[in-house]
Design a protein around this ligand. Sequence first.
Ligand SMILES: NC(=O)N[C@@H](CC(=O)O)C(=O)O
Ligand SMILES: [Zn+2]
Ligand SMILES: [Zn+2]
Length: 346
Amino acid sequence: MTQALIIPRPDDWHLHLRDGAMMAAVLPETARHFARAIIMPNLVPPVVTSGDARAYRDRILAALPEGMRFEPLMTLYLTEDTDPEDLAFAHESGLIRAVKLYPAGATTNSASGVRDFDKVRGVLERMAEIGCVLCVHGEVTQGEVDIFDREAVFIDTVLDPLRRAVPGLKVVMEHITTREGADYARSGGPDLGATITTHHLVINRNHLLVGGIKPHYYCLPVAKREEHRLALRAAATSGDPSFFLGTDSAPHPDRLKEHACGCAGCFTATNTLSILAHVFEEEGALDRLAGFTSQNGPAFYGLPQNTETITLRKGGPVRYPEKIMAGEDPVTVFDPGFPLHWSVDA
Ligand SMILES: NC(=O)N[C@@H](CC(=O)O)C(=O)O
Ligand SMILES: [Zn+2]
Ligand SMILES: [Zn+2]
């Protein structure tokens, strides 16, 4: 018996498209299934001004294959020098939907991020006034804080004080990886949301480290203990509108992942929906998949839900490529470690 599930066309509320040949390779992988995505601004150099965002949006649209539709929802990379007037202009004109906060040095291409939070207070207050969402990479960067504790410490020492200092600011905790993250997001009221990635619903830190290091499972925030993975699964499948999908699909060439100092990022765009259907079915929550992938995100961002639908169908094993090519560079597709049976109708 084949089982089918029709859901509104999903959106991805946290996506890395990169630029150039990599963008050309990965953009169709997302546009095939997703209507819109929040596009991360951590290019080198980063997307800082409205001019940068407009030029990047135009490059994305130019790279979109004939016949595919996709709406990039642009973001600005918050720096200590961000001009609040330029930001407000970009937001009011509909060019950007959010601003991204990277603590300096926290993750891939975050060197221009924020060191001194007092320096961005004025910009954050302006954002609260105009209703612009702040997306946050929530990890502290102090060398003395253990990498597995960096998210929980960030919540207590940075995020909570920041939200108290700037009431009314809409914040998305990006790619939460801990029970503490899920609990904080759940208790934060309507101005606080959290994205959860596909891979953090599937892997814990054992998958990364036991039996040999698996560079394609290395991402930031790093996968935590099993109890945290289970807390994320409970949150994602709970139906709570605070939680929505942000795949954080983050492609890197294999030569930089399989390296003595491998880059952080899992490339999941290709098989994300098949994996999510599998996870939600395992949790007995297929009826809540649409909320997570297609409804809670637009509601948080104040955007309409997509009117088109996609059909997921359960059948024989789903085939997907082990790697895709970005120019001459192979990029490994995330391997969930189990066969997938849910496919998306073309
Ligand atoms: N998630 C990751 O491990 N990497 C992201 C950056 C980020 O989202 O932190 C990337 O740009 O590669
Ligand atoms: Zn991040
Ligand atoms: Zn990311």
